[in-house]
Write a protein that binds this ligand. Structure first.
Ligand code: AMP
Ligand code: MN
Ligand code: MN
Length: 349
């Protein structure tokens, strides 16, 4: 439960962000790299909201993120830019669903030219570094889209179907279709309002979760075939190599969802999926020293485990039950690291 001073800080941040949004005329909205449903849903919703308020708002997505993962391609990208605009230093920057500035290398580059425009930081990660001039960071919120929904209501923006759909995408993807423990009454209240505004629940479900490319199914099969268990099954892991992606014709984003199967295995306290980052040619990405770069996703199945603390050890972060980091550790060293930290957390319980 948040303390009253934490609640006060959330409310103060909310007010400050509302004031800035009311006053600013020119803005840019950005989200984290490799954007997921909440990142894109809250980004597009914020852009839609700002345009509805008559603002001159641009939506920045780095060129290498485009085209978007197939699930999210139906979202409208009004005002999309892929390069910094000339008047960057006169614009207010609005970060969405981004726990720290390092999670958006492109936006960090974007920012390096400017320190003039204020940064607004709207997010729900408990380990958010509060990098904004104004931070509306509420870890009690199921998704960043829930915060954008709250702002839209406070700003009297009409909930059009387009806006409601973008918000709904963020809501269902971050709550696992209302099944994760972050799902509270507010998430369902929000859903009810979005449905009343015209969201076709089944159509969005099909858009986001069906129409699965065959390569995604084939990648899942490989991920499951690579599953390994350690420590009487308390740790369930799998890896996906650049070869797995090449053989199945899968894109990086197709790995989404594999870890849910690992997490669900009986006896698992923590699940991990390590996948090679791919370079532009689809080969394993290497760091300047020639080491293979892996993206690691962590999930807690035992609610006493805080995987975000483990991810932070290696420069990542996230939520207690879902977190991630990027590493060049060799596979054996990565397994040793995960076993050690899982064991340490279980021992103090
Ligand atoms: P993923 O495993 O990529 O689905 O991410 C799970 C959660 O961890 C999401 O809330 C992400 O925002 C967060 N996360 C993933 N990678 C990082 C990172 N490198 N730094 C901070 N947070 C992360
Ligand atoms: Mn996200
Ligand atoms: Mn989120």
């Amino acid at each position: 439960m948040p303390t009253s001073s934490e609640t006060d800080a959330v409310l103060a941040g909310r007010e400050a962000v509302l004031t800035e949004l009311r006053c600013a005329q020119r803005l840019i909205v950005v989200t984290h790299e490799r954007p997921d449903g909440d990142a894109l849903g809250s980004l597009v919703a914020m852009q839609t909201l700002l345009l509805a308020l008559g603002k001159d708002s641009l939506m920045f997505i780095a060129p290498d993120e485009l085209p978007l993962p197939y699930e999210y391609r139906f979202l409208s990208l009004n005002g999309l830019i892929t390069q910094a605009p000339d008047d960057l230093d006169e614009r207010t920057l609005v970060f969405l669903d981004c726990g720290n500035i390092a999670r958006n290398p492109a936006a960090s580059t974007l920012l390096s030219g400017t320190s003039e425009g204020p940064i607004l930081n709207i997010d729900h990660h408990h380990d958010n570094t509060r990098f904004g001039a104004h931070n509306y960071v509420d870890p009690g919120s199921s998704c960043t889209a829930e915060l954008v929904w709250d702002l839209a209501r406070a700003l009297d923006v009409e909930l059009t179907r387009e806006l409601a759909e973008a918000l709904y995408v963020g809501l269902i993807t971050d709550t696992g279709c209302f099944m994760y423990q972050n799902t509270g009454p507010r998430a369902h209240e929000m859903a009810a309002e979005l449905i009343a505004a015209g969201v076709d629940v089944h159509a969005i479900y099909q858009q986001v979760y069906e129409g699965v490319p065959f390569g995604k199914l084939a990648l899942l099969a490989r991920g499951l075939a690579h599953a390994e268990r350690y420590d009487e099954g308390r740790l369930t892991v799998a890896q996906l190599s650049a070869e797995d992606f090449r053989m199945t014709g899968a894109q990086e984003s197709y790995a989404e969802g594999v870890i849910d199967h690992l997490r669900a295995v009986r006896g698992t306290a923590m699940a991990a999926l390590a996948r090679d980052r791919l370079d532009a040619d689809g080969a394993a990405a290497l760091d300047p020293a020639g080491a293979r770069v892996r993206k690691v996703s962590l999930r807690a199945s035992d609610m006493r485990i805080d995987v975000s603390a483990i991810a932070r050890e290696l420069g990542g972060g996230g939520h207690r039950a879902a977190a991630g980091f990027t590493t060049t550790l060799a596979w054996e060293d990565l397994i040793a690291f995960l076993r050690e930290h899982l064991d340490a957390q279980l021992r103090v319980l």
